[in-house]
Ligand binder design. Structure first.
Ligand SMILES: N[C@@H](CCC(=O)N[C@@H](CS)C(=O)NCC(=O)O)C(=O)O
Length: 223
């Protein structure tokens, strides 16, 4: 059994939902509010589960009742891929797999850490509360990362980010594009990435994984 601790608008949690839904796995959602009271991810009870103080955390309950908590969305995605290969999210060949992973890391290592909540909160202090400047920063780093990813997707993409079937690359790109749209990145400059977004959201799995479809969604919440 899987229990996913996360926040509806967290793109790292959204990645894991995409994979769980594509693989047809059932899971229980435990909301962790990233803003309430300074952030539930930083509270003692949650830190015991995930000392990194971030979402997502996937808790795996084994048949004997033993629980294992896994952090870091990409580690979780790789775990799900190993445990549930029936619906593969990585292609068969080593080079193809490496190319999917380069898209994954382009988001995970290249863009996301620069626009994560804790970074934006810290910047808001540095920019003396100027929310527009903070959002400009997020837009800049997302767009800079997307410039290269657009080329890679144009080279290797098909209907989806890598070839014609959804892969882990779509599980990373779709949530990052969600963030890009939130921060007002000019997505018309990235037609291949925009096509990845459209193709994914035509699939019920991505619709079910979307932030607004989550039980803790608050579409009018402040950033
Ligand atoms: N590399 C981590 C990033 C996790 C992460 O930063 N999650 C964000 C939400 S998308 C978070 O929990 N932020 C809490 C904070 O910034 O205080 C992963 O992929 O799981």
């Amino acid at each position: 059994m899987y229990t996913l601790y996360g926040y509806w608008r967290s793109s790292a949690t959204y990645r894991v939902r995409c994979a769980l839904e594509l693989k047809g796995l059932s899971y229980v959602v435990k909301p962790v509010h990233l803003l309430a009271g300074g952030g539930q991810q930083l509270m003692e009870g949650y830190l015991a589960l995930n000392p990194l103080g971030e979402v997502p955390t996937l808790v795996v309950t084994r048949p004997d009742g033993h629980e294992v908590a896994l952090a870091q969305s990409v580690a979780i995605l790789e775990y799900l891929e190993e445990r549930h290969p029936e619906v593969p999210l990585l292609p068969a060949g080593a080079e193809d797999r490496a190319r999917v992973r380069q898209l994954v890391e382009g988001v995970n290592a290249g863009i996301h850490p620069l626009q994560n909540l804790k970074v934006l909160k810290r910047l808001k202090g540095i920019f003396e509360g100027d929310q527009a400047a903070v959002e400009g920063w997020a837009r800049e780093w997302i767009a800079r990362g997307f410039a290269g990813l657009e080329v890679l997707v144009a080279r290797h993409g098909g209907r989806h980010a890598y070839g014609d079937a959804p892969t882990l690359a779509d599980c990373l790109l779709v949530p990052q594009i969600y963030n890009a749209r939130r921060y007002g990145v000019a997505m018309q400059e990235f037609p291949r990435l925009s096509a990845v977004w459209e193709a994914a959201n035509a699939l019920p799995a991505f619709v079910r994984a979307a932030p607004e479809a989550q039980p803790d969604a608050q579409p009018d919440a402040p950033r």
